[in-house]
Design a binder for this molecule. Structure first.
Ligand code: ADP
Ligand code: MG
Length: 735
């Protein structure tokens, strides 16, 4: 295309807002020069609504072609309309203006919507915005709306769906008399979260209730409600139309149920709201089959980009069969009134993505947007205490053997954050269980200790990790109190738990180094506390192993706010920081402490853990099932070696498991046995052939043991380590 033409298009079809974001101009006027050119070069269709003209040109410019399937919006009332209007006006005794509206409503969705719900361009509070009108009118089989927050996407599409519900007639064959049977469409709405779905149905209900006639056409719901909520959200119309709603987030429930109800549905209209947050997996497994079996299905998607290049990005940028609308929130009529508040609460990056609707790559962010969105699930912290409920809600296999930790971070301004995390071994998943903030104003050692005692009693955590920063003396205080309580007679159940705080509570210094054990070589790995906590959290989020409630916006925003500020010149280690000071990072720190605490204490990195991650067939001399003390072990090893006539001096290392006492060694061996890690007679006979071989094959070992108790386990997995304190204290390097 000639640069001059390109310039012309940019000038007339696009506009640039005060933040430098260029977007389509919803009130564009196309100059004749462009009309002529595109008519000649691309056979532009011009006897259509102006919306369709700009849309065609945009498509030609973007892709060089236009494969949008649509039936074009007529430019004006058809011929003979004037006499029809006169006729209606006369026969029904209504003013001509009203008659015009009625006739228009029969061909124009916007006119219908205005007529039914009372929108008027003359009403400053109740009018349809020009871009919403375009969306309501558009007949494209594929429509993708990329707009900033609060710009009215959901509202516009809700209106469009209602229009379709009342005005689409699908041919359903003939009845016994040979008459054609028509039926309303099956409409399917998919949203990532429950709250969104509720919002759409409430919005549609509110709209329909504005018009008694329309309301009487709806047959679903009881009492005041126009729709049912179980088993799925559903609104039913007298003409047979149904609008059904589904939440996609549950598609990632760990048991793979949920989302399932969506599968196998057919629909003539599918609407995906906040599509970028719908897991790609759900789009692939649920939406694609529908489009494949019923290609005539109308597909509408609206979203604000979340900072990934997924399907939404593809539909917006690489598909010449999709009409894309791209509008930032600055097109909202009352933008001036809200923009300051919006800017105050945003980071540069979140503003560009969420309000300017730009596809930004989050390069600086430590936690990728996609991971964070995938981590959000439809539940609340209020629902986590009841195991049965949690199991049902999140589709967990089992809640038994859960390992819990509380993380505590404090700050003079933000107050104290407590975050509770649980690891569910059967599901191999980490779940956010509780978040408590004690505001700065209430900050006192007493208040703090009370909260900790309460949470400790409520959750009975295995570990409590607290930022040493401000709280050093308080930590010593509470440990002392917990110790002194030990001697008390007739302790209440709560006091019984409080006694355990002394063992559970660890004060963690972010800047000091911690020591981990390499699970394979048993070598020490040194890391700064901070780096460990962050890398650990990143890994678990990246693997999709952590879930937290969708309504915890504080944690969500803090995830997004956390960035790599710069890198250390010598070590190239990242220096972490916050993009927007106001958003803070204290809940995030508490979360990372809880998560890190669990990994430090219970994972294969802790050095406290037995070694579950390796194939555990060591070439040990066959051992009797009965207990053997370490002394007996070395004696038999020595004898054996002597028999084999080992030349020279022979050194045999004695292995004392645990803290060094024979009692502990015995217990640990017992545990190995229970877990099938200790070769007993039966196992020995089976593995004899392997034992005989000089060199065992690693691969063979992995294949044999994979998926079994002795096999490989992902690194982020936990198992209860031997309890601390029982056999004397083990040293933590980061205390
Ligand atoms: N044309 C309109 N007239 C009146 N209210 C509107 C209009 N468009 C949107 N709204 C309202 O503005 C708010 C934001 O709209 P919504 O559709 O939820 O935005 P989005 O989905 O783009 O975030 C909602 O409360 C909605 O009811
Ligand atoms: Mg919305």
């Amino acid at each position: 295309m000639h640069p001059k033409l390109r310039k012309l298009i940019e000038k007339h079809l696009y506009t640039t807002n005060e933040y430098g974001v260029e977007h389509q101009d919803p009130s564009a006027k196309v100059p004749d020069e462009l009309l002529t050119y595109f008519k000649r070069e691309h056979s532009l269709k011009t006897d259509v609504h102006k919306t369709c003209i700009t849309c065609q040109i945009r498509q030609f410019q973007k892709y060089g072609s236009n494969r949008i399937k649509c039936s074009y919006i007529p430019r004006k009332l058809p011929d003979g309309a004037a006499s029809k209007i006169a006729e209606i006006s006369k026969s029904t005794n209504i003013p001509k203006e009203q008659a015009t509206k009625i006739l228009k409503a029969s061909i124009d969705p916007v006119a219908w919507t205005e007529l039914m719900f009372g929108f008027s361009d003359k009403d400053p509070k109740w009018f349809l915005r020009n871009y919403q009108k375009e969306q309501i009118r558009c007949t494209s089989k594929r429509l993708v709306v990329r707009e900033g927050r609060r710009s009215g996407k959901t509202f516009a599409i809700a209106l469009k769906l209602i229009y379709y519900a009342f005005n689409t007639k699908l041919d359903r064959g003939r009845d016994a008399q040979g008459n054609t049977v028509y039926m309303g469409p099956a409409i399917m709405i998919v949203t990532p979260y429950q709250a969104q779905l509720t919002n759409i149905f409430e919005e549609m209900e509110k709209l329909v209730k504005r018009n008694v006639e329309l309301k009487s056409e709806i047959t679903s719901g009881t009492g005041d409600s126009l729709y049912i909520k179980t088993p799925t959200y559903k609104m039913v119309f007298r003409n047979g139309c149904t609008i059904q709603g589904f939440v996609s987030g549950i598609g990632i429930r760990s048991d793979g149920s949920g989302g399932g109800t969506m599968r196998g549905q057919s629909a003539s209209i599918v609407y995906l709201d906040e599509m970028d947050m719908i897991p790609e997996e759900v789009l692939d497994k649920v939406i694609n089959p529908i489009l494949a079996t019923t290609p005539e299905t109308i597909l509408i998607a609206t979203s604000t980009p979340i900072g990934k290049k997924g399907k939404f990005h593809e539909w917006c940028s690489n598909r010449d069969d999709f009409r894309e609308d791209f509008l930032p929130s600055s097109v909202i009529p009352h933008w001036e009134e809200i923009k300051e508040e919006v800017l105050r609460d945003s980071t540069q990056e979140s503003f560009m993505a969420e309000y300017m609707a730009v596809f930004v790559e989050d390069l600086k962010g430590v936690f990728k947007k996609e991971w964070v969105y995938n981590a959000r699930l439809d539940y609340t912290y209020d629902e986590t205490y009841n195991d049965g409920h949690l199991k049902r809600k999140l589709g967990l296999k089992s809640t038994s053997n859960c390992i819990k930790a509380i993380g505590i971070d404090w700050n003079k301004n933000a107050g104290t954050e407590f975050y509770v995390v649980g690891f569910y071994p059967q599901d191999r998943i980490w779940i956010g269980l509780d978040a408590v903030n004690v505001p700065h104003s209430e900050f006192s050692a007493k208040r703090w200790i009370r909260e900790l005692v309460d949470l400790n009693h409520k959750w009975k955590p295995d570990h409590i990790y607290a930022d040493e920063g401000y709280g050093h003396t308080i930590i010593e205080d509470i440990k002392y109190q917990s110790y002194t309580l030990r001697a008390k007679k007739d302790k209440t159940p709560k006091e019984e738990e409080t006694v355990l705080i002394a063992d559970r509570l660890v004060s963690f210094n972010f800047s000091s180094n911690i020591k981990l054990k390499d699970p394979i070589t048993n070598a020490d790995i040194k890391k700064s506390g901070k780096h460990f906590l962050v890398e650990n959290a990143v890994r678990i989020l990246q693997d999709g192993l952590f879930k937290f409630p969708v309504d915890d916006l504080i944690l969500k925003d803090q995830f997004f706010n956390y960035i790599v500020e710069k890198r250390n010149k010598q070590t190239n280690k990242p220096v972490y920081g916050k993009q927007n000071e106001k958003v803070g990072d204290h809940r995030l720190d508490a979360f990372m402490l809880a998560l890190g605490g669990l990994v430090l204490e219970e994972s294969i990195y802790s050095g406290n853990q037995m070694t579950p991650s390796m194939p555990t067939f060591h070439k040990i001399e066959a051992l009797k099932v009965a207990y053997r003390s370490p002394n007996d072990e070395i004696k038999s090893l020595y004898d054996q070696k002597k028999q084999q006539a080992n030349p020279g001096a022979l050194n045999i290392l004695k292995i004392m498991r645990g803290g060094g006492s024979e009692e502990e060694d015995r217990m640990i061996k017992e545990k190995y046995k229970q877990q099938g890690l200790w070769p007993d007679d039966r196992k020995r006979s089976r593995s004899r052939s392997i034992n005989k071989e000089e060199e065992f094959s690693l691969l063979e070992g992995i294949n044999t043991y994979q998926g079994t108790q002795q096999g490989m386990q992902p690194i982020s997995e936990l198992k209860h380590a031997p309890k601390r304190g029982r056999f004397g204290r083990k040293k933590r390097s980061w205390r």
